[in-house]
Design a protein around this ligand. Structure first.
Ligand SMILES: Cc1cc2nc3c(=O)[nH]c(=O)nc-3n(C[C@H](O)[C@H](O)[C@H](O)COP(=O)(O)OP(=O)(O)OC[C@H]3O[C@@H](n4cnc5c(N)ncnc54)[C@H](O)[C@@H]3O)c2cc1C
Length: 470
């Protein structure tokens, strides 16, 4: 796609809408917003806009709609598929909309503006003795607007669902500049199409999210975290079934890590130690949380003791302190960062039905190793909800470029296998600039046509995130 050409006169009018503090063209100020976390995408913009209110966002979008000026919305810039990196569009950052407007314990709701980070939302909920349960490794930087727009998942989906299940209402500016005042806090509202659900996961193509009302949950004081060694993903899935039964609904996270990923963490991350007595081909992290002191500890001990007896697991460790629990999580959350020093990697964020995860890992690992001998597979993630991050790192000692050059063919192999198993090529990161074209191969034509019709109805000139989705 060629870069848009935005006239100086339009730039001047946009600046006037937000005042001196509300825009920047300073290359230093812009630089961190034009590259993403993995250094895979970089971009350009003629203007960074930093509105402070929904009215300012509305004025910006209205002018852009009238002048057919394309916009890329950006939150914390932690997205992993390049959708937030502009390629010549105006960059609309929500970073100045950072107010927590309300926490209401009776309604169990927090109303937060789009630029509030996930960590700040967690803190605000905790101050009211509640939790907002979504949990991701990028929580210090990712924002409510970005989380909604990507329908983010993370480690607690097993119990609480993705962002789609956690949003009660959305305030957003639609592509014509109109404001959708949808900050409801209702658990039941059957009054036709649900606009907020359309905006969730729309990756900034159907509106600019400016605030949201989000569900809060009771704070659970009893928490137990454990690691267990298993011989295979199949054994991990059997253990998952038992953990669901044993926990009586208290199972909060069930994460898998491959030996290769643990080895990279030991080698490349400071402060990481071999987690169990002996190296294991696969490691599972299990977390349970409940309200009754000691209950999850007892359930976890019973689960692990029986699994050891039956030979389902080979070893286990239950965290004896919060620090140890954090160390267990650091190993899991470091799985991505630990690969970085190893060079180029093809990254895949796939989902399959839980019952097919083990087959997927086995078949996809064999297929990529046959296609590119010597590659190092790091499979890890939220297997409790069927989501596996399947990363394929270049062979040791080789250059990055040849591995990067065959990334698309590698992805095709992995995606074909996931889809054959009834899966998805994007479990939680979205399609962005990276996978929108690829997704067209797998989506049913009728579904693509319906999505295009919705977008055309709301944004006939395709001004919002034009490079993203269909
Ligand atoms: C270390 C690390 C771990 C991660 N772990 C997970 C994980 O476990 N689960 C998971 O789901 N994701 C994960 N992610 C991905 C990422 O954090 C999420 O996609 C997150 O939701 C992005 O939020 P953001 O504010 O950074 O959005 P950005 O990256 O700024 O934007 C993401 C997309 O949303 C759009 N957008 C942003 N704000 C708005 C808005 N206000 N209105 C309309 N559109 C908007 C952008 O245009 C873009 O298309 C991880 C990322 C990192 C770096």
């Amino acid at each position: 796609m060629t870069q848009p050409d935005i006239a100086p006169e339009i730039i001047a009018r946009l600046k006037a809408l937000v005042g001196e503090e509300g825009w920047s063209q300073d290359p230093e100020r812009l630089a961190p917003k034009l590259v993403e976390w993995r250094d895979r995408w970089s971009g350009t913009t003629p203007l960074l806009l930093l509105p402070k209110t929904v009215e300012e966002v509305s004025a910006i979008v209205r002018l852009c709609a009238a002048t057919r000026t394309p916009i890329t919305p950006q939150g914390g810039n932690t997205g992993l598929v390049g959708g937030q990196i502009p390629q010549g569009e105006v960059l609309l950052s929500l970073e100045k909309m950072r107010a927590v407007r309300e926490v209401n314990v009776e309604d169990d709701v927090i109303v937060a503006e789009a630029g509030v980070t996930l960590a700040a939302a967690h803190d605000a909920a905790l101050e009211a003795d509640r939790i907002f349960p979504l949990s991701l490794a990028s929580e210090g930087t990712c924002t409510i607007g970005g989380l909604i727009s990507t329908n983010a998942g993370g480690t607690a989906v097993l119990r609480y669902g993705t962002m789609r299940a956690l949003v009660l209402g959305v305030e957003a500016v639609l592509p014509n500049g109109e404001i959708h005042h949808g900050l409801k806090r209702l658990r039941k509202d059957n009054t036709g199409y649900d606009l907020k659900q359309l905006l969730i996961g729309a990756e900034g193509t159907l509106g600019v999210v400016t605030a949201a009302s989000l569900k809060l949950f009771p704070r659970l004081i009893d928490r137990t975290v454990a690691l267990a060694a298993v011989a295979s993903p199949k054994a991990a899935i059997t253990l998952l079934g038992r953990a669901k039964d044993a926990s009586g609904g208290a199972l909060e996270a069930f994460e898998l890590m491959s030996r290769q990923g643990v080895d990279f963490a030991l080698k490349n991350l400071p402060g990481i130690r071999e987690p169990l007595a002996a190296p294991s081909p696969w490691t599972v992290l299990i977390e349970m949380a409940g309200a009754e002191p000691g209950a999850t500890g007892a359930a976890m001990e019973r689960l692990l003791a029986r699994a050891l007896e039956d030979g389902l697991i080979q070893d286990a460790a239950v965290a004896q302190s919060e620090t140890q629990a954090k160390d267990f999580w650091a190993l899991r959350e470091g799985q991505s960062a630990a690969q970085k020093p190893e060079g180029a990697a093809w990254k895949h964020d796939v989902a399959t039905p839980v019952s097919r995860i083990a087959d997927f890992i086995e078949e996809a690992s064999a297929a990529v190793k046959a296609f590119a001998p010597g590659v190092r597979v790091v499979a890890f993630g939220h297997v409790g909800d069927g989501n596996i991050h399947f990363d394929v790192v270049k062979p040791e000692g080789r250059e990055d470029a040849p591995h990067a050059a065959i990334r698309d063919q590698g992805a095709r192999i992995v995606h074909d296998i996931a889809m054959k198993m009834g899966g998805s090529i994007s479990a939680e990161h979205g399609l962005g600039a990276m996978k929108s074209q690829e997704a067209l191969r797998y989506k049913a034509p009728a579904d693509v046509a319906a999505m295009r019709a919705i977008r055309a109805a709301l944004d006939p000139n395709r001004i919002l995130n034009p490079r993203v989705l269909f």
